[in-house]
Design a protein around this ligand. Structure first.
Ligand code: ARG
Length: 570
């Protein structure tokens, strides 16, 4: 249940009757318990808008809304505070009943949403530069799906372009048994070295590009093999990361090749093309360079070659027409912002986005090292994602051993995997994606603060309560009592999940969900510290067990929507 939407709806009606305006009041969770569970604002703005005889003070308006609003079923008490805020105190009986409804419900108008994420270039091994797109995109895909949207994952991998000529020439030379293929970074480096040092090799590499583009069968087959090997590397990383992408989600750049001449023709037909220095370009008035000169989107080079942007235009068309998407989300770093603004604008002009496709670039900042510079290895190289995860799990393995020496070796390894991978993911997901963040092992692996280990530990601690007290169906089906303030607060936080998910999905920000998880764990801790559970007499004992169970289930669900595992003991 989306409590915030429910309250907004009720208050909007009263608001309209009192002020004659259909501007919805802002209902949001209160910052402090003394201001109630939620707060409705809007009386101040409404007072400003009223004129003449209708003029009233914000407090008067707020009082009239309080008299008018129909919320007896939800609310214990309303009070007007300060210059005209309305504090909303929810009814414990309502909260208790609401806790029995499903934690997440499908939204009323589900959409078809493309999530374009991860999308590495297949010439190289996945490195930390791919982490953010992969995990933020996956969290959003999971959240959207949980809300009942049809999610279409698109892994727009780069599998085309001149660097493949070099790789194919090298693959032909070394054969598929090559040790270097186990690590595409090594393979790329070796191929590059051959290219730089041997002119005949370089010549062969260039010939491969031509043959590939001409569709020559042997070269195509070789290319296909290379792409398969590279994709299987990616898949192994996705599986380790707990990312839901599969091979079926791959819609590579090359898949649009046949469509590119048609894209150019469509732009031509719309009168959008201009030839500039031999290249075909689209100039739109809204894009100007720093010097004030018009900034083109180049769609075909003078040698006839197509570009990254051309493929993206074809992809927009495909997503609108074939996939019939309502939204298309693009997860890349902020450096591609201009590219997407141009592509989206040109796609609109050309009618590629149909009537209704909303195109949304959801950019993110950089992952920085402790020196504040982009994250690199000690010797300045790129950090491979696999190496990063190895280190995370190794560090977690040590921590977990210190924290609980009683775990069996197998369990310790399993917990280390959940905590290590979870810590890396959560550290990233919990930050507002638009800013840069500093990658800090100690912070992300800490059992205190807004971290994965803290939340995973909170979950396992609740599980230990259930191991000591028997939790049967009768307990879970029984009445929940919210007599203590800590119980009520916990219930209110629990019930905010739906609104938090809807907001995350709408705006593309998984960190809202992280903040909620952290608040939930904190609310549970306060409850746990002041409300005895197992030693309490019935019916309170059962009620508190049930409340703990609901908390654990929602912690698990929330982490699951971020692609982070929980473990029963740690
Ligand atoms: N392969 C691109 C890169 O590594 C990202 C692709 C993002 N998706 C898109 N439709 N352009 O930068």
């Amino acid at each position: 249940m989306n409590l915030r939407a429910l309250l907004t709806d009720r208050f909007a009606r009263a608001f309209a009757r009192v002020t004659g305006s259909d501007a919805a009041p802002l209902v949001q969770p209160s910052g402090k318990p003394e201001f109630g569970d939620y707060q409705a604002n809007g009386a101040m703005a409404a007072a400003k808008a009223l004129t003449g005889d209708a003029k009233r003070s914000p407090r008067q308006i707020a009082e009239q809304i309080v008299a008018e609003v129909q919320v007896e079923d939800l609310v214990d008490r309303l009070e007007v505070a300060g210059p005209g805020f309305i504090n909303i105190h929810l009814k414990p009986a309502f909260l208790a009943g609401a806790l029995k409804t499903p934690p997440v419900e499908p939204v009323r108008s589900p959409q078809r949403v493309v999530v374009d994420y991860s999308s590495p270039n297949l010439a190289k091994e996945m490195h930390v530069g791919h982490l953010r797109s992969t995990i933020i995109g996956d969290a959003l895909a999971r959240i959207l799906a949980a809300l009942g949207h049809t999610v279409i994952r698109q892994n727009h991998v780069g599998d085309w372009g001149t660097q493949f000529g070099m790789l194919l020439a090298y693959l032909e030379e070394t054969g598929e048994g090559s040790e270097e293929l186990k690590d595409l970074e090594d393979f790329y480096r070796a191929a590059k070295q051959r290219f730089d040092e041997d002119a005949t090799f370089a010549e062969r590499a260039r010939a491969k590009v031509v043959a590939l583009q001409a569709g020559e069968a042997d070269t195509r087959a070789l290319w296909h093999r290379f792409i398969q090997i590279s994709l299987s590397h990616c898949q192994a990383t996705y599986d380790r990361l707990g990312v839901t992408l599969t091979l079926a989600d791959v819609m590579a750049e090359s898949a649009y090749n046949d469509d590119l001449p048609a894209v150019i023709a469509a732009l031509e037909a719309r009168g959008l093309l201009t030839v500039s220095e031999g290249a075909r370009c689209v100039f739109l008035d809204e894009f100007k360079g720093k010097d004030g000169k018009p900034l083109p989107l180049i769609v075909q080079k003078s040698d006839g070659g197509y570009l990254y942007a051309t493929t993206d235009l074809a992809a927009v068309r495909y997503r609108a027409r074939q996939l019939e998407a309502d939204r298309s989300l693009y997860l890349t770093d902020a450096r591609q912002a201009l590219h997407f603004r141009q592509v989206f604008a040109v796609a609109r002009e050309a009618g590629f986005a149909g009537n209704g496709l909303s195109l949304e670039h959801q950019p993110f900042g950089n992952m920085l090292g402790s020196d504040g510079k982009p994250f690199k290895t000690r010797d300045g190289g790129v950090v491979k994602l696999n190496d990063l995860l190895d280190e995370a799990v190794a560090r977690a393995y040590n921590l977990v051993g210190e924290k609980n020496p009683e775990l069996s070796e197998a369990e310790r390894r399993d917990v280390a995997d959940a905590v290590g991978v979870g810590a890396v993911k959560y550290a990233d997901l919990s930050k507002n994606r638009t800013s840069d963040y500093v990658f800090d092992w100690d912070q992300m692996l800490s059992f205190d603060g807004n971290t994965a280990p803290y939340l995973q530990y909170a979950y396992s601690r609740i599980q230990s309560i259930f191991r000591r007290g028997n939790l049967d169906d009768a307990v879970l089906a029984g009445e929940i009592r919210l007599d203590r303030e800590e119980e009520r607060t916990l219930a209110v936080v629990l019930l905010r999940l739906q609104e938090v998910l809807e907001q995350s999905a709408r705006e593309g920000y998984p960190h809202f969900l992280c903040s909620w998880l952290f608040e939930l764990a904190a609310a549970f801790t306060r409850f746990y510290e002041s409300c005895p559970i197992l030693n309490e007499a019935e019916p309170v004992r059962s009620s508190r067990l049930a409340l703990s169970w609901i908390t654990a289930e929602r912690l698990k669900l929330g982490l699951d929507l971020l692609g982070i595992r929980t473990v029963p003991r740690m």
